[in-house]
Structure formats: structure tokens, C-alpha cells
Design a protein around this ligand. Structure first.
Ligand code: NAP
Length: 278
């Protein structure tokens, strides 16, 4: 397939590496010539440039910019696309993007490959980033089912697992497993940093795999965190309030030395956790 990728950062670059390795022809569009050169040198794209005209013969175009730039980017590329081109994005929030972008291009279908790292930019791009990860597509009732199948096929080429669901349902589910954890992990780091300097220094020396796991998503790209909160505000607040209630319940059990209550909570969690890690 001829695939255009707009925005050659962590996600765009990683998609390019894997699709090229599967024999797709990838055109990479960046705002900067120096990034285009890196894309060619790193094998992210077969051809790369800054001109949207390069997308004229693309069968699928994947917008990999930050969330706030997705719709404005689509407005800019639309005059250069052929009518059948499928346009998708990779934004971590779907409802507001699908609502706006479906009006801009009738063959737009929202997408969200659910993998990442704490890094950003083209130099952070990795091969096999999406292996075994979910890749969600959020068509509307008006979307062409053949286009959904084409997107599922290129997701499978990444060794990702395609899922299809409604954009709103996606945003609620993703709030629990992605956006809430970012805010919880960010508060953990923030709270630690409020400790007095000597204890903090010791804690930093002692920190090991447990802290590495729990702080990873809160120590990631700040712009991404703000965009999640801004574009998925309602669902994120809903899950944050529930988290706050649950944290209060745990605090109460500890304050009141209700060890049996705490034990029941922890035992239930231990049993339930594998269900999140299929
Ligand atoms: P990133 O590494 O910062 O890459 C974004 C790229 O978009 C930049 O490298 C830049 O590419 C371009 N860009 C930046 N600002 C722009 C603007 N104002 N207008 C147009 N283009 C702009 O970020 P990323 O982590 O790949 O995230 C990209 C998208 O993937 C976001 O929508 C995010 O929600 C989604 N996502 C991220 C993750 C994650 O964990 N990181 C996971 C799943 C989905 P050029 O310099 O080449 O123009």
C-alpha cells in the first residue's frame, strides 16, 4: 500500500519503520527538512519531504501530530488528496477528533495505536513498538466498511491487535487505563518531590523497579498529558473522582487500622489485575 505519514515523531516514525519493513511504500511528511533527512537515513520513509503535494497518490494517510494539530493538518492536506484516500489519525482521544475530522474528509476514520514510550521526536522512533498492542479504530455509521478492513489490515502488519469501537466508548475506557494512570503517576512523582531534600535524595538512590514502573507514565511527554486532560476532560474527571474515593477508602482503612479491610481490597486487586494484562 502507499501510506503517507504526517508528523515524524515517536509514533509516526515507529509506524514508518514497521510498515516499510512489511513492504508498504511510505511517504513521510514533516515540517522540517532536517527531520525528512533523518527519516530517510533511519529507514522510516521511502520518500520524505515538507510538501503536502507528496500525498497525492497515497491510499492511506496517517496523521501523527499532537492532538491539537490533527484537524488543522487535515484542512491543509485535503486539497492534495485523491477522493478515495483514507485518512486516519493516531490521537489518544477520539470523540472530539472524529466529530471534527469526519466533517473535513468523508473517508476519515479515527485510530489509536495503544503503545508508546516516555520519549518524543523522530529519534525516539522504534521498530516493533506496536507488537501485541491494541490498535483501535472508531468508524462512524457513515464510514465505509471496506476502509475499516484496510486499516485493520495495516494494523495487523504492525503485529498489533485491531479493535473497532465507538469513539465515545473508546474515550471512557482509555481514560481508565491510560489517562487516569498518567495523572496518578504524575501525582506520585509530584508528592515525592515535596519531601525534604535529604530524604528525597535517599529515596532517589533507593528507587528501583517498582518506582520505575509506577512513575513511567507520569514522567512522560508533558504536552501529551495536557492534551489528554484537555480533550478527554469529562471522562478523565469521572475516573479521577472515582480514584479519589478509592484512595480515601484506603487511607481510612490505614488510619483506622482496619487491616482486614485493606487486605480484602488488596486481595481483590491481585486477583483482578491479570484481566488488564491479556
Ligand atoms: P511526538 O514524538 O512529539 O511527535 C509529534 C510530531 O508531530 C512531531 O515530531 C512533529 O513532527 C509534529 N508536530 C508537532 N507539533 C506540531 C504542530 N503544531 N503542527 C503540526 N505538526 C506538529 O509525539 P508522539 O508521541 O508521536 O504523539 C503523536 C500523536 O500520537 C499524538 O496525537 C498522541 O496523542 C498520539 N499517541 C501518542 C502515544 C505516546 O505514548 N507517545 C501513544 C499513542 C498515541 P515533524 O517535526 O515531523 O513535523
Amino acid at each position: 500500500m502507499k501510506i503517507g505519514i504526517v508528523g515524524l515523531g515517536l509514533i509516526g516514525g515507529s509506524l514508518g519503520l514497521d510498515w516499510r519493513s512489511q513492504g508498504h511504500y511510505v511517504t513521510g511528511i514533516s515540517r522540517r527538512e532536517d527531520i525528512c533527512k533523518i527519516a530517510l537515513n533511519r529507514g522510516i520513509a521511502d520518500y520524505s519531504g515538507t510538501d503536502f503535494k507528496l500525498l497525492a497518490d497515497a491510499e492511506i494517510v496517517v496523521i501523527c501530530t499532537p492532538i491539537q494539530a490533527i484537524a488543522t493538518t487535515i484542512k491543509k492536506i485535503v486539497p492534495h488528496l485523491s477522493p478515495e484516500t483514507i485518512v486516519t489519525d493516531v490521537g489518544s482521544v477520539k470523540q472530539p477528533i472524529v466529530e471534527e475530522c469526519s466533517q473535513l474528509w468523508s473517508n476519515f476514520i479515527g485510530g489509536h495505536p495503544m503503545a508508546g514510550t516516555a520519549e518524543s521526536g523522530i529519534n525516539a522512533a522504534l521498530s516493533n513498538l506496536f507488537q501485541g498492542a491494541a490498535y483501535v479504530f472508531t468508524p462512524t455509521v457513515e464510514s465505509n466498511p471496506d476502509n475499516v478492513e484496510k486499516l485493520k489490515a495495516i494494523a495487523l502488519d504492525l503485529n498489533a491487535v485491531p479493535h473497532v469501537c465507538n469513539a465515545q466508548v473508546h474515550d471512557r475506557a482509555v481514560s481508565w487505563i491510560s489517562h487516569l494512570p498518567v495523572m496518578v503517576s504524575a501525582s506520585l512523582l509530584k508528592a515525592c518531590l515535596e519531601e525534604e531534600p535529604n530524604t528525597l535524595s535517599l529515596a532517589q538512590v533507593l528507587a528501583s523497579s517498582g518506582f520505575k514502573d509506577t512513575s513511567r507514565v507520569g514522567g512522560g511527554n508533558p504536552e501529551l498529558g495536557v492534551m489528554m486532560a484537555k480533550y478527554n476532560r469529562e471522562e478523565l474527571l469521572r475516573s479521577l473522582y472515582s480514584y479519589q474515593d478509592n484512595l480515601s477508602e484506603i487511607i481510612e482503612a490505614i488510619e483506622d487500622e482496619k487491616w482486614e479491610n485493606l487486605s480484602v481490597i488488596l486481595a481483590k486487586n491481585r486477583q483482578a489485575r491479570p484481566e488488564f494484562l491479556n
